[in-house]
Write a protein that binds this ligand. Structure first.
Ligand code: FAD
Ligand code: DHB
Length: 392
């Protein structure tokens, strides 16, 4: 088959890119190794920055998000048994975040693709990229046992951290920067109404805990754990006991308890690939960079990348301009590194360290007190958390 842009991966990056390209009259084909059902039910991110919400609304994808998403104007930090609110909207001239599950965004994007008869293959295998340094790259894959070939002008590698696109760039061209953290998150979904209106990030001597939500009847909670934590050792009672211990506070607030419907362990990693392009291949989202989840930046970065890439491809097709495509990597990496630093900062501050000297944990406590008491420090946290505005 023949298309203008072959897109590898149907996560938020790949699906949104194909939608934004269609709005510009550019044809694309999306291929995905997993099933549609798997993609639509994979529980991951929940926090959308203001710029992500604006991008989805402008692209005509915001209808259900407007109705079901939860608008939050602040977050809370809990340490030394006290809750401290950071009023993000007041500190950022009215910007806010929206809590709306990543899989809901994916469902909205797949529904839009189907509505417009978009070519979207699920359950593909044996994906490989070829002739990326020529002006006629190809993508090979099998689908339902049949070998297929896509002839295209450009390839977008949106296939996440474990995809194959990044590996198609020769090792001597790629530079990677990485940090692996000595802890992970055990996450649960519970059928329980959220007992607070905003997210609570808790630093406790036994470890970090996060209170979040998905809807007026579903609570999302995370606990700092070991990277090799065995989920089988975490009965529902043990999870709740540990959560209640870490959220203990003098105001008597606690998450509401309810049946646990999902449990998983997420490792924590910071990772950046430079450059994010090679010949006619452009990497976007987790294929190019990973952040630890503490800053809630991963999906938002994926959206920012494909927003930039769609504009660059539109300039190429509409005005025969190559400069935006040439500058894609440099442009994206500015935002990527800001988010990398913010995620690293939030992660270090909020997770007690069990293998460093007590000195390090005293520094973390000092930082928490500073961002909770200084307006200048709180503003810096808030403007990064709601997301820096996109350049015009
Ligand atoms: P992915 O979502 O990973 O999509 C890549 C797709 O490519 C997948 O569907 C995969 O199956 C497919 N694929 C892989 N290999 C191939 C192949 N060879 N061929 C074809 N397809 C392939 N981010 C936030 O912004 N806010 C948050 O609050 C937040 N919280 C998080 C909490 C958790 C527990 C986790 C795990 C992540 C969180 N993130 C958060 C990060 C966010 O989920 C990711 O950054 C986001 O999914 C990146 O989107 P993507 O499209 O780049 O990659
Ligand atoms: C959620 C995930 C995050 O990583 C975060 O920082 C805040 C909320 C969530 O899944 O709701």
């Amino acid at each position: 088959m023949r298309t203008q842009v072959a897109i590898v991966g149907a996560g938020p990056a790949g699906l949104l890119l194909s939608h934004l390209l269609r709005l510009q009259g550019i044809h694309s084909v999306v291929i995905e190794t997993r099933s549609r059902d798997y993609c639509e039910n994979r529980v991951r991110a929940g926090v959308l920055e203001q710029g992500t919400v604006d991008t989805l609304n402008e692209a005509g994808l915001g209808e259900r998000m407007q109705r079901e998403g939860l608008l939050h104007h602040g977050i809370e930090l809990l340490f030394e048994r006290r809750r401290h609110r950071i009023d993000m909207s007041e500190l950022t001239g009215g910007r806010a975040i929206t809590v709306y599950g990543q899989h809901e965004v994916v469902r909205d994007l797949i529904a839009a693709a189907q509505q417009h008869d978009h070519t979207l293959f699920f359950d593909v295998a044996d994906v490989s990229l070829h002739d990326l340094k020529t002006d006629h790259p190809t993508v090979l894959f099998t689908h339902a046992g049949v070998e297929n070939r896509i002839d295209c002008d450009y390839v977008a590698g949106c296939d996440g951290f474990h995809g194959i696109s990044r590996g198609a760039i020769p090792a001597d061209v790629l530079r990677t920067y990485e940090r692996v953290y000595p802890y992970a998150w055990l996450g649960i979904l519970a059928d329980a109404p959220p007992s607070a209106d905003e997210l609570v990030y808790a630093h406790h001597e036994r470890g970090f805990a996060l209170f979040s939500m998905r809807s007026p009847s579903v609570t999302r909670l995370y606990l700092q754990c070991q990277p090799d934590e065995n989920l089988a050792e975490w009965s529902d009672d043990r999870v709740w006991d540990e959560l209640f211990t870490r959220f203990e506070n003098d105001q008597g607030w606690l998450p509401a308890r309810g049946p646990i419907t999902q449990k998983s362990v997420t490792p924590m990693r910071s990772f950046v690939t430079e450059p994010m392009q090679y010949g006619r291949l452009f990497l976007a989202g987790d294929a190019a960079h990973i952040v630890p989840p503490t800053g809630a930046k991963g999906m938002n970065l994926a959206v920012a990348d494909v927003r930039t890439l769609s504009k660059a491809l539109a300039a190429r097709y509409r005005d025969a301009r190559e400069d935006l495509l040439d500058g894609y990597s440099t442009h994206c990496l500015e935002r990527v590194w800001r988010a990398e630093h913010f995620s690293y900062f939030m992660t270090n501050m909020l997770h007690p360290s069990f293998d460093e000297t007590p000195f390090v944990n005293r520094l973390k406590m000092s930082e928490l007190k500073y961002v909770s008491s200084s307006q200048a420090a709180a503003r810096s946290l808030a403007e990064n958390y709601v997301g820096l505005p996109f350049a015009a």
